[in-house]
Design a protein. Structure first.
Length: 237
């Protein structure tokens, strides 16, 4: 994970050559932080793989706080490699089988959606770090899942991304179009469509999970508050 980043700019009507000058300035800023242009398009890559988590976070922070970019920076997308190894190469050292109930919950989601709830994460030696249920289901159903790499020396967190939801009679109603992110540390299985209780700036609220992702690196892992409670009600999303 954090193998690269893509920088997107808003179009402008500045004097000829101004965008090229801006890109060169971005190149110089990022290179000083250990991030080099990838050779094509808007892709940038860490120069030292072992330091990529710190370098990518520092680069994102620097770009977001650059006054000379505030009207031109549209988005920064973290690039994660999704095929770092095959299922057969994954090591299951010291892994404990998931409970039958947990596996059943994830399998029910797969059978209804034809998708795994989340990816698989291994370390640089192919040792499984998270996503054991996804691994089991991928082997059982012959799926080619996304497999990320998170360095063993760096922390790894599962995160849920979702929209706010409100109780609606006996069910739930999703509101708003903006997605927010929380760290998920509960032992209860979680899949897209679940309702979770979370802490927000306006107090405790509920969200409907739309995606389950991972973040790694001390800085990325420290960005989000933790989910408070799993409400165990799944919606179709």
């Amino acid at each position: 994970m954090n193998e690269g980043m893509a920088v997107f700019l808003h179009g402008g009507e500045e004097e000829p050559g101004s965008t090229e000058k801006l890109i060169r300035r971005i190149d110089e800023l990022l290179l000083g932080l250990g991030i080099a242009h990838g050779g094509a398009g808007n892709l940038y890559m860490p120069t030292v793989a072992a330091d990529r988590d710190h370098a990518v976070f520092a680069a994102c922070d620097a770009l977001n706080h650059a006054d000379w970019l505030k009207d031109r920076l549209a988005d920064i997308s973290i690039v994660n490699q999704t095929n770092v190894c095959s299922l057969e190469q994954i090591r299951l050292d010291d892994m404990t089988d998931p409970s039958p109930g947990k596996l059943k919950y994830y399998e029910a989601y797969y059978r209804s959606s034809h998708e795994l709830a989340h990816a698989i994460v291994v370390d640089e030696e192919g040792k499984l770090r998270d996503g054991y249920t996804s691994y089991i289901l991928a082997r059982k159903y012959g799926i080619s899942p996304d497999i990320y790499e998170a360095l063993a020396a760096r922390p790894l967190r599962k995160v849920v991304r979702g929209r706010h939801a409100l109780p609606d009679g006996r069910g739930w109603k999703v509101k708003g179009g903006k997605m927010y992110t929380w760290t998920y540390t509960l032992k209860t299985a979680v899949v897209p469509g679940d309702i979770l209780k979370v802490q927000t700036k306006k107090g405790q609220m509920y969200i409907c999970v739309e995606r389950i992702d991972y973040v790694t690196g001390e800085e990325f892992c420290a960005q989000y508050a933790a989910v408070i409670q799993h409400m165990k009600k799944r919606l179709k999303v």
